[in-house]
Design a protein around this ligand. Structure first.
Ligand SMILES: Cc1ncc(COP(=O)(O)O)c(C=O)c1O
Length: 451
């Protein structure tokens, strides 16, 4: 099909995610014919560098051979089988990999089929654990300002971002309670992220002190709050949070969906603080973006609270049709096998630093509030007033203008408001880093010059 034909049908029949469809009238969707490494090849023969790993999933880039090969082998044997009463070799192999994460104490694995479903599973399991222990009153979930955990009703109810949540507020379960979390760029204590005592954990501590008896769990994105603008916070906050959750008998749910699998320079973002949560939610990079798949890890003690005679009705009666997908398990095994080579973590950190260095010269620009980075994530926050850290009026859509300009020049930078970020596949090479950062730099400067 010709590019225009696809676009015509798309415009007539399709409805794209997280999009105002009217935007596509003067800036149409781009049909992609194929992709390899960091490159998307368009139907009309252009190529675009995928600087956001296609919504943070393609950690090893497009068409990564080791994962492709493993999926093909699995496809010839078994693509899917009902995961109640049945199991398969790839699930067993993957379980061995997953239970080796953190300090090894998350020894039980429950599969889901996307990030939001993993979050729903963790929330339900946490509450159900307390219920089975005779504490049905522990039914609130604390989440942090700036936190994001997905779009399903349960996940939204513990997410903080108004853009995705506000309209549905009347429909959402009332279990979520927002707590002021770390906001290092605009720290209310006037402190520096790398040099503070995580004073901001006080808000959470006070809540737990007063109401732990009615709280099931605290859910967080460890170290990196991705959707709210790649906000990075101190590992000390995480350490303190872990201690508080243990002291007040409240579960800690670490949502590693965006930040896990090397993105922050460690296998899991929680590893920056050497902590182990009570539940870990994994997805996205888990299959290197080949298949919609997720996993929730938890402790044996939590699992045991559900283990009883059937007639006691203590079981976790939760399922998704694609739970334990053989193809998903096979892809995830290939991801773990790939990470067994230590070169990846070294490269993630080295390349991440290079990206940061290449963008550093923008730091003095009067409209660049902050450049922040960790592992292979760098974000540039644009501001109207640097001294006051005042954002631009969002209706001006500066980030969107930069996105469009950069894309026309061959780099996909899907902005988060006025935050331009770099979240590329780990296979990006030096030449591609230079192209990505110089294209972004010129697009940013051009748009800022025009304001
Ligand atoms: C931290 C985090 N949690 C949960 C989700 C939801 O995952 P999914 O889009 O697969 O439902 C996302 C998606 O971006 C995420 O970044």
């Amino acid at each position: 099909m010709k590019q225009e034909e696809i676009q015509k049908i798309d415009q007539a029949m399709l409805w794209h995610p997280c999009s105002q469809m009217k935007d596509y009238e003067d800036y149409p969707v781009i049909p992609i014919d194929h992709a390899k490494g960091v490159w998307l090849y368009t139907q009309d023969g252009r190529k675009i560098l995928d600087a956001v790993s296609s919504w943070w999933i393609k950690i090893f880039g497009h068409g990564f051979e080791p994962v492709k090969t493993r999926i093909k082998e699995q496809l010839d044997k078994l693509e899917q089988v009902i995961f109640a009463n049945y199991t398969h070799e790839s699930a067993a192999q993957l379980a061995a990999h997953l239970t080796g994460l953190f300090d090894g104490s998350l020894s039980r694995v429950f599969f889901g089929d996307n990030g939001s479903s993993a979050v729903e599973i963790a929330l339900k399991m946490s509450y159900h654990y307390w219920y089975n222990l005779g504490h049905p009153e522990k039914k609130e979930f604390l989440y942090l300002s700036g936190g994001y955990h997905g779009e399903t009703m349960g996940a939204l109810s513990v997410s903080a971002l108004d853009l995705y949540k506000k309209i549905y507020e009347p429909l959402l379960p009332s279990m979520g309670v927002e707590i002021q979390g770390p906001d290092c760029f605009r720290c209310p204590f006037g402190l520096d992220r790398d040099n503070c005592d995580a004073q901001c954990v006080k808000a959470l501590e006070e809540k737990l002190e007063k109401e732990a008896g009615s709280i099931s769990a605290v859910i967080i994105e460890p170290i990196l709050q991705a959707a709210s603008g790649m906000k990075i916070y101190s590992p000390l906050y995480l350490k303190k949070l872990r201690q508080l959750c243990s002291a007040y008998h409240v579960h800690l749910i670490c949502d590693e969906i965006a930040a896990g699998f090397g993105r922050t320079g460690k296998m899991m973002a929680s590893d920056h603080a050497d902590i182990t949560p009570d539940f870990a939610c994994l997805s996205k990079g888990l299959t290197a973006g080949f298949l919609a798949f997720s996993a929730v890890l938890t402790r044996e003690e939590i699992y045991q609270a559900f283990y009883d005679d059937y007639t006691k009705l203590r079981a976790f009666m939760h399922s998704h049709s694609y739970t334990g997908s053989a193809l998903g398990c096979a892809a995830a095994c290939a991801v773990f096998e790939t990470f067994s080579d230590p070169k990846w973590m070294v490269e993630i950190n080295q390349k991440g630093r290079k990206i940061r260095e290449a963008l550093q010269s923008l730091a003095d620009h009067p409209q660049v509030g902050e450049i922040r980075s960790i592992g292979m994530v760098t974000a540039i926050e644009l501001v109207e007033d640097k001294a006051k850290k005042l954002s631009f009026d969002w209706k001006r859509r500066l980030g969107y203008q930069i996105y469009r300009l950069a894309e026309q020049r061959g780099v996909l930078l899907r902005n988060l408001g006025d935050i331009i970020y770099f979240f590329p596949p780990y296979v990006i090479n030096e030449e591609e880093i230079t192209f990505m950062t110089s294209t972004a730099r010129s697009a940013i400067l051009e748009v800022l010059q025009g304001i």
